[in-house]
Every structure is written in C-alpha cells, then in structure tokens.
Design a protein around this ligand. Sequence first.
Ligand code: FCB
Length: 448
Amino acid sequence: MEPLNLTFPKGFLLGTASASYQIEGAVAEDGRGPSIWDTFSHTPGKIEDGTNGDMACDHYHRWREDVELMKKLGVNAYRFSISWSRVLPRGRGRINNKGLQFYSDLVDALLDAGITPFVTLYHFDLPQALQDDGGGWLRRGIVDDFEAYADAVSVELGDRVKHWATFNEPWELAWQGYVTGEDAPGLKLGNEAALRASHNVMLAHGAAIRTLRDNVSGGELGIVLHLNMVEPASDSPEDAAAAHRWELCQNRWYMDALYRGGYPAEMTRLYGRDAPEVIPGDMEQIQEPIDFLGVNNYRRSVVAAGTDLPPVNMRRVSPPGEYTEMGWEVHPEGLYRILKWVHTNYPVPRVYVTENGASFTDTVSPDGKIHDERRVAYLREHIRYAHRAMSEGVPLKGYFAWSTLDNFEWAYGYSRRFGVIHVDYETQKRTIKDSGYLLSEVAKGLRN
Ligand code: FCB
C-alpha cells in the first residue's frame, strides 16, 4: 500500500480514544461507587457474552504501561472519560480523593509523555445512586448534580487539562437507555422518557460549560455527538421522508439546539405530547457558547420507511458492500460528507473527530503480531477523507481513533474488538496491532 503522506497543521491532535467503564476495571477499589453499567452488566441476559466491566483492561492498575504504549505509537493526544462514581461515589456530596488522584496522576503522565489529555466528563456510566434517585436523567435536578461533578473534576484538573467534552452521544444514552433498553439503565419507557432525559442532559451540558469556563483558563470546551450522513434507500418519497425524519431526530435535534436556537419544530410537532417541556431560559442554557464539536462517526445511515422508532418510522437498510463485525457498513466518504455537512450548515469554529474505528476479529499470528489489514484499511481511508475535508476548509483540529485498547464493548461484552492495541484478556498482555503502527505512520505528518 502506498504511504499516506499527509501533513497536518501545527496543533493538530492525533490520538486514540477510550471510556472509563470500558477499560478501567477496579470497580470496587479505592472508594469507587457503582454505576448503572455495573448494575446492568451484572443483570443476566443483558450482555451478549455474559461478561461485565469488573476487570475490563485493568487500566486502573496498568495505566502507566498504557501511556507508554501511546507514547510508543507517537500520537500526541488521548481522549478518555472520567468515571463520575469514582470521583463522587454516590453521585453527589463527598468527593473521593483517591478517585480524583487517579485521574490527576494519569494526566501528569500523559503530559510528561507529550500527549494532550482530552477529557470527556460523561461516557454512559451514571452513578447508580443517581439512577435510584428519581430515575437518573429523568429528574431535572440532576443538572445541578452534574454541574457539581464538573466543578469537582475541573477544579482539580483544570490547570493541566484544557480540552473538555461534557457528554458523549446524548442520543445514544437517551434512546438506548430509556427506549430500546439495550444499554444501561436498560429501561423501555418510551419517547417521553428519552426526550426528557435527553433534554436534561443538554441542560446539564450547558450548566457544566459555564462551570468549566470559570475553572479552566484557556479551556477548549465542547460536546461529542454521534453524527452520520443520512441517505434515503431509494428514490421513493416515503424513503426520502423517513431519511429526513431520521436526520431530524438524530443529527439535527442536537445540532439545532446547540447552534440554531431550538429543537427542530418539525420534529417537535411529530413527537407531539412526548416532546420535552422547555421552559424559559432552557434553550439559552443549552446554547451556552462552546469552542468545539466532537463528531463520532463509524458509518453512514441508509434509511427506508419502516416501523422502527415511531414516530420516526424508519428502517435501516444495508446496501451491498463491506461490513464490520458490528454489521456497520464501511463507507469512508461518509466521514468526509458529515464533516462538510456540519461545516456548511452550522457555525462550528472547531471540529474534532472524537471517535472513528472498526471492529474486526483479530488473530495473533505465529510471529506474535496482529496483522489487522481490514482495520488498517478502514482507518487509512477515513483519515484520508478527514484530511480531505480539512483541506477543503472544514476546521478540523484533531482525529481520534476508536479505540486505544480492545475493551468492553457495552452490550457486546468482549466479543467485539476495536483497539489499535490488542488485549489478551486472560493475561492482560498488550500488543500493538498493525493499525497502531499505521497511526505511527500518520503521526509523522504532525507539525508540532
Ligand atoms: C460509540 C461509543 C463508544 C464505543 C463505540 C464503538 O457509540 O461512544 O464507547 O462503544 O461506539
């Protein structure tokens, strides 16, 4: 394969991404309180391979080695999330200093290694105590709890961490947690609940941004959304309408709230009585100015009219092509197009690709290496397209491959590997895959 030979402007962040529950393990150590993912993964039948995150990648003990590995890759940034219940075991109240210390030490080690820490405050693992108190995100008062959590963490880390994302994928956490029940807290309450949870998440985002702004001098603050390019499956007006509704519900619901003053009216009408209660001041709070948008992207969405997620009434279609182990289509141009879509339609001053990657079954070769050609090809092409979007004017400031290590892939357990570093879960041995060495090659184009 010809080398990529891409150059990146000064300051461009190239790294890998992870999330606390997916890698840390040590769920009952040093005062950590349980999260909804502990409860959910220990509920029989919820995780495909019957596993949980009790041990995961044991990153809580092996983080020094993991930082060394990232250094070896030559990347200059690392996106990770903080476990709320490690810092505040009951979600609010007493701070667990040992929990904060863990992240503080990690940040120091990253900075020593020349790696910029990029923190996500919330990546799906709500403290169980807050779920038990009025249903987690269903209770509007949780906004104050999140703000206090953001304050506790940023007071401690804000002198060294400058990149902060409030939430990872609000749509997923609301719909998969409160409608389909496939993720924690595993509820199937319906649209009203998901929309209420989602609205409270967005209010919490705005409140936390204000707090972070106070605590982090020179901070770059934002949020991470899962955005896919949406295409109708055919020329029929029905499919076009379904694709339009899907784009409204997944992409524009959040983008319009953040950048255009409110939820899209067309979608609010469609939700009818399920639409969230928006009281005066809410939309101003959600629109608290942010510096960047994080885009998670893995595939495109080809959509036909159907019966899924009423009133969206859609059905995903899988056109012929290559698919990952998740059943997600490999379509690198989709990343380029969604970045252009963001830039064309919204006043976003800085964009990061905060996640992009592929799950494939890996085999350790007799030479001990992991020749993950399909992941290498996936990442190469996506990086190439992201770079193209940047060279055409999209203010792309960084790219993070999902994921640093193979890890606990939520409801799929350990059965799906996304890492650029292989983890042998029996021994916790780490091995850099060929896809990791691809990132090393890309890192040669950094100008820092
Ligand atoms: C994203 C999640 C991330 C990981 C990837 C595969 O939706 O943010 O934690 O599960 O999907």
